[in-house]
Write a protein that binds this ligand. Structure first.
Ligand code: AMP
Length: 290
């Protein structure tokens, strides 16, 4: 029988409330170690894990959070059906080398309740795309991320470009609130067929999953059309192509400036193509840089 080297195994610390978290964070800070932070809503996949890997590679200590934030859901059905897979999430984080995971309850993050909450203003960054179609969504994102940053004084925080507009909002939040954290935006991780990984993908049935691949396929065709067709023609092409797939229904498709997120008129500006598509009752987003 081979020996069991218990002492060589590194165990991840699981903090289920703010008191536990604060005592761990105090120790880390006292040791002068750099802290990387990866906020998530759980139902983890390799997209999330790529952020953990980035943090593990560049920071002494990596902390993840798992919290399905009620204030960022404008649709109660979406909140209710959001996948929750805590046991496998914890196993995946441990395996990826994460040091601490914070798994608070709603009461920990919203001790005064979720009704009377602060209000942020991100100007034109939040009046387009996700901001336009999901009223209150980015305010909820900003509230939870600010509260998490208050609890977890990270040197660096890692976010996925899969949520392109969210990264812009987080950068604006950090600037507005003067939060001393470096934001690192990480590339979108995709399934082998191109579909952007998303926790919501696990809610797709087999036929929906098969058709959902058309979202990324169509976005990739856009990359080849840049400069050859007008912006308006490309928009029409994408919307028509996706709406012609029986189970897909486009909510929006926009070609916007990479920094301002405002629609562009010609190809002279750095652009990103962003789409939101309903696949049955599952809402998926994706984007490609152009
Ligand atoms: P969520 O759990 O959906 O709130 O996502 C937590 C973090 O993971 C966010 O910064 C997301 O942008 C990022 N993320 C989600 N899906 C992917 C993906 N496919 N590739 C890279 N990052 C992702």
């Amino acid at each position: 029988m081979s020996p069991i080297y218990v002492s060589e195994v590194k165990y991840m610390i699981i903090c289920k409330n703010r008191t536990d978290l604060q005592s761990v964070i105090t120790k880390i800070k006292a040791q002068g170690k750099s802290l990387g932070f990866v906020p998530t809503m759980g139902a983890l996949h390799q997209g999330h894990i790529s952020l953990i890997h980035q943090s593990v590679q560049t920071c002494d200590i990596t902390c993840a959070s798992i919290f399905v934030n009620p204030t960022q859901f404008n649709n109660p059905h979406d909140l209710q059906t959001y996948p929750r897979t805590l046991d496998s999430d914890i196993a995946m984080l441990n395996e990826a080398g994460c040091d601490i995971v914070f798994v608070p309850e709603v009461i920990d993050m919203y001790p005064q309740g979720t009704q009377h909450i602060e209000s942020y203003n991100f100007g034109s960054l939040e009046t387009v795309m996700e901001g336009a179609f999901r009223p209150g969504h980015f305010n909820g994102v900003a509230i939870i991320v600010k509260r998490l940053f208050d609890l977890i004084p990270a040197d660096t925080a890692f976010f996925g470009l899969k949520d392109y507009q969210q990264v812009a909002i987080i950068r604006a939040l950090v600037e507005q609130e003067k939060i001393p954290v470096r934001i690192v935006a990480c590339p979108t991780v995709r399934e082998p067929d191109g579909l952007a990984m998303s926790s919501r993908n696990m809610r797709l049935n087999a036929e929906q999953r098969k058709q959902a691949v058309e979202i990324s396929k169509t976005l990739f065709t856009v990359q080849a059309m840049v400069g050859k067709k007008s912006v308006d023609d490309v928009k029409k092409f994408v919307i028509d192509t996706l709406n012609n797939v029986p189970l897909l229904s486009v909510e929006y498709f926009e070609i916007v400036h990479q920094n301002t997120l405002q629609p562009i008129q010609n190809w002279n500006e750095p652009a990103v193509a962003c789409v939101a598509v309903n696949v049955g009752d599952v809402r998926l987003i994706d984007n490609v840089l152009l």
